[in-house]
Ligand binder design. Structure first.
Ligand code: SF4
Length: 258
């Protein structure tokens, strides 16, 4: 933390934080990024979790990074909110991971589902696997099954925590620890922004964090079952996601960047 932030009593800090945020959000984002520079990923979590209570949550895709953050967050505050989205097309191994995570930490992860009428309309109009036919149809499926339930979850928040890392893909190299998410009018926190894949695995192994068994079968990045395949040796970690598309299109819209 910067000296300026650290010197304030906790109650004043919160008032100051909100006031400054309303006044100049970009200035505050810069100040927080400076304060957290070179710190552990737990620092932004320890700072923000008590301030936002039920208005801050981890949006978990159940990937390795999100499992690391689940462990970190629940060790700071066992009552913290963790939510995930069940698109209806997940791997059986992913559903099993939800159960194992709940049991390990004695929690009930929040699970958001898509609106059934929207899914039915999409399927009737396009077919059950239409996402293979065009980028537009793939994005519409992601919008219906992932983004709409995500927006419903985000509407309950002021801050969302994500497991994004700069190394993950060409679309994520500019990620910072704290960002202003203009599209959703929220603070977005990426505590693992600067971590390498090795850092993530080291944490998972040393803390014995539950993870998706598919990671041991050459699935470094796991999404919906029909849109994820194993990668070959030497391939990019996200090569198995929407593998039929070009790398610059490989986002589902959850993490749009301006
Ligand atoms: S990843 Fe595939 S199945 Fe899942 S929501 Fe997107 S297009 Fe649909």
């Amino acid at each position: 933390m910067s000296k300026r932030v650290n010197d304030l009593p906790r109650s004043r800090l919160l008032v100051n934080f909100k006031h400054k945020f309303m006044k100049n959000k970009q200035e505050l984002i810069e100040e927080l990024n400076t304060a957290f520079e070179g710190k552990t990923p737990e620092e932004p979590l320890k700072y923000l979790l008590p301030k936002y209570g039920k208005r801050i949550a981890l949006a978990s895709s159940l990937g390795l990074e999100d499992q690391v953050l689940t462990d970190m967050i629940l060790k700071i505050d066992p009552s913290s909110r963790i939510f995930t989205i069940d698109t209806g097309r997940l791997f059986p191994e992913t559903y099993s991971l939800i159960d194992r995570t709940n049991m390990r930490y004695d929690i009930k992860m929040e699970v958001y589902f898509p609106d059934h009428e929207s899914v039915e309309k999409y399927v009737v109009r396009n077919g059950i696997n239409a996402f293979y036919e065009s980028i537009e149809k793939r994005k519409e499926c992601c919008r219906t099954r992932k983004i709409q339930p995500l927006l419903r979850a985000l509407s309950t928040l002021d801050v969302w925590i994500c497991g994004l890392r700069q190394e993950q893909s060409v679309t994520r190299t500019g990620i910072r620890t704290v960002e202003w998410d203009e599209a959703n009018s929220l603070i977005k926190v990426n505590p693992l922004a600067g971590w390498s894949e090795q850092d993530v695995w080291n944490y998972i192994k040393t803390k014995n964090v539950p993870y998706n068994k598919l990671h041991d079968k050459d699935y470094p990045s796991i999404g919906c079952q029909p849109c994820t395949r194993a990668v070959l040796s030497g391939e990019d970690v996200r090569a198995g996601r929407w593998w039929w598309e070009n790398p610059e299109h490989k986002e589902c819209g959850l993490h749009r960047r301006s």
